[in-house]
Design a protein around this ligand. Structure first.
Ligand code: FE2
Length: 245
């Protein structure tokens, strides 16, 4: 058992358990400027998805599905509308160096500050964030296969995956806000969570569709696209984990 910024992690692998610090994905954001330990639960959502847990993670690791599955998110994060997760996914990324256009450089659309329906912050945004952290608007910490944390300027979302069966996974999502935001009765917390909840529901829906496709009697295997490099990394990670069993 170990603790990180108020989160308690339990590893049941006994002697094989790696140190907590080594278990985070190497590309995880540094959330030292977020007041994680003082945040409180404001909203939660659970859904039993009819898919294997690996299908959900594969979906998490690519944005080829974004234009077709997440029309609202693609408006909020314009580079997603190009099916790219980040600027360097574009083969011509060097030509766009220094661009401020979020469709090329990533980050939120102009006038948006966070993942809410109108892009406006819920209550006051967190003090202590850098200009760049505010500008980017979303930061991920990943600890697969159990959890990822999405940090915004005004709230933090925890997404946990609990495998229930070979073809069933529970999605557990929690939204954390400051005590001041939760105490402000003029703020509708459910509405504040609605945008990210919609995105999660879209991901759950497409993961279930993918599961159905893989169960098709004609299915042999798929072909990864160049944009799915992180799916390939995830699949290699799974292979490495299986070797240690
Ligand atoms: Fe998605």
């Amino acid at each position: 058992m170990d603790e990180w910024q108020g989160f308690v992690f339990v590893n049941l692998a006994g002697d094989k358990a790696v140190p907590l610090a080594d278990s985070f994905h190497e590309d995880s954001a540094n959330l030292d400027n977020w007041p994680l330990i003082s945040l409180r639960l404001g909203h939660s959502y659970r859904k039993t998805m009819d898919c294997n847990w690996k299908i959900f993670w594969e979906n998490f690791n690519e944005c080829l599905h974004c234009p077709g599955v997440h029309p609202e998110l693609c408006k909020m994060v314009p580079i997603y509308s190009r099916a790219y997760m980040e600027p360097r996914d574009d083969p011509d990324w060097q030509q766009h160096l220094g661009s401020c256009d979020p469709k090329l450089a990533g980050g939120l659309r102009e006038g948006a500050y966070t993942w809410t329906l109108d892009g406006q912050a819920v209550g006051d945004s967190f003090e202590g964030l850098t200009e760049q952290e505010r500008k980017t608007g979303y930061h991920y910490v990943v600890n697969q296969p159990s959890v990822f944390i999405a940090a915004h300027v005004d709230y933090v979302r925890i997404v946990r995956l609990l495998p229930l069966a070979v073809g069933q996974t529970e999605l557990q999502v929690e939204w954390l806000f400051s005590e001041e935001t939760l105490a402000d009765k003029s703020i509708n917390i459910e509405e504040a969570a609605a945008f990210a909840k919609l995105v999660m529901q879209q991901d759950a829906m497409v993961s279930e569709l993918n599961q159905k496709g893989m169960q098709c009697i004609e299915h042999q295997h798929g072909v990864l696209m160049p944009e799915e490099y992180d799916v390939h990394n995830f699949q290699n990670w799974v292979r490495e984990q299986i070797k240690t069993l």
